[in-house]
Write a protein of this length. Structure first.
Length: 316
């Protein structure tokens, strides 16, 4: 694409005057590239302009941005730098191709008490280990929308790994969200904390609970999906910018239209389905056993593994 020579500054974008440009800069949208990478929706929210006008500005920014082309070998080289957090279970790690990856979003969906939060606890401990022990030597931002964060569980899991439980807890920054507004803002304002505390794992447990309870009925669906879309894109940007892993949990609903097979469907629709890099479905088996199915991955085949949820955490 030819670079549009007439657009150099934010003020050169259609509909962006000095005031809007200033607002953009102070909100972290300092470059044309940054505007090109944002959604018209977030821009219209930020500037208080219509979605159409915001789209015109974003389109012009895209037009003016050089497309960077990389060879497959470049991409391979960059992929080698991607970090992996061990789940603590060899079979589960294998299913994922080594563990939960940085620079992407890993989603686990399943019914109540299937173990989604427990996996989050295990990852919150494991990410703090050194790289040779399956971690990333980093800290955790835990966005808790269901009030189910349990420090006692972290203590048990950390102790079982021979770690100092107090130190492990000190490296988990818990943000309790009681509204989608809070949930969204926590992610929007996370950059500083992530840089200062070397956060390598962001957990959103659960992604959809508040969205589902706040936006009820068909009429609210459009607005819900727009807000959700902007929220997930922010999470993806955090993953890319800081080479961190994002772990989200998701609820399920029954799909009564399906006569054969498992009628359980994750909520959140296409917005979540398209945004999650890796999707996993967890379901209960006998006793403490759980079956985990890899539903979607850019580079691993579909498959299943069995884990156990024990007092000491996730095991094979
Ligand atoms: N201390 C523990 N020891 C063993 N298993 C536990 C312990 N705490 C929770 N669990 C298991 O985890 C389940 C809850 O999993 P959880 O991750 O909270 O579910 P959800 O998918 O709803 O997030 C419990 O039903 C229990 O089987
Ligand atoms: Mg839970």
């Amino acid at each position: 694409m030819a670079k549009d020579k007439s657009v150099k500054e934010l003020e050169d974008l259609p509909g962006i005057g000095p005031t809007s440009a200033e607002k953009l800069r102070s909100s972290g949208y300092a470059t044309i590239e940054r505007v090109a990478a944002s959604s018209p929706y977030e821009l219209s929210e930020l500037l208080g302009i219509s979605a159409e006008n915001a789209k015109k500005a974003v389109d012009a920014a895209k037009e003016a941005t050089n497309i960077e082309v990389q060879t497959g070998a470049d991409v391979l080289e960059r992929r080698k730098a991607i970090g992996k957090i061990s789940t603590g279970a060899a079979g589960f790690d294998e299913l994922l191709g080594g563990g939960v990856e940085t620079n992407g979003i890993t989603e686990v969906y399943g019914r109540f008490a299937s173990g989604k939060t427990q996996i989050g606890f295990q990852l919150a401990v494991n990410v703090q280990k050194s790289i040779d022990k399956g971690g990333l030597a980093g800290a955790v931002l835990f966005i808790d929308t269901e009030a189910t964060f349990r420090p006692e569980r972290i203590e048990s899991i950390a102790k079982a790994s021979g770690m100092n439980a107090k130190e492990v807890l000190d490296n988990i920054f818990v943000a309790r969200a009681t509204s989608t507004e809070q949930q969204i803002l926590t992610a929007e304002r996370a950059d500083k904390l992530i840089r200062e505390k070397n956060i390598k794992l962001v957990i959103v447990d659960s992604l959809m609970a508040l969205f589902r309870s706040e936006f009820i009925g068909r009429g609210a669906l459009n607005e819900r999906q727009q807000k959700l879309n902007a929220h997930i894109h922010k999470l993806q940007r955090l993953a890319d910018t800081y080479s961190l892993a994002v772990y989200i949990t998701n609820q399920v609903m029954d799909n009564p239209g399906l006569l054969f097979g498992d009628p359980t469907t994750p909520v959140g629709g296409n917005v979540v389905a398209h945004a999650a890099t890796t999707r996993l479905y967890i379901r209960k088996s006998k006793e403490e056993k759980r079956i985990i199915r890899l539903v979607d991955s850019p580079n691993m085949p579909e498959g299943e593994t069995v884990i156990k949820i024990t007092p000491d955490g996730i095991k094979d």
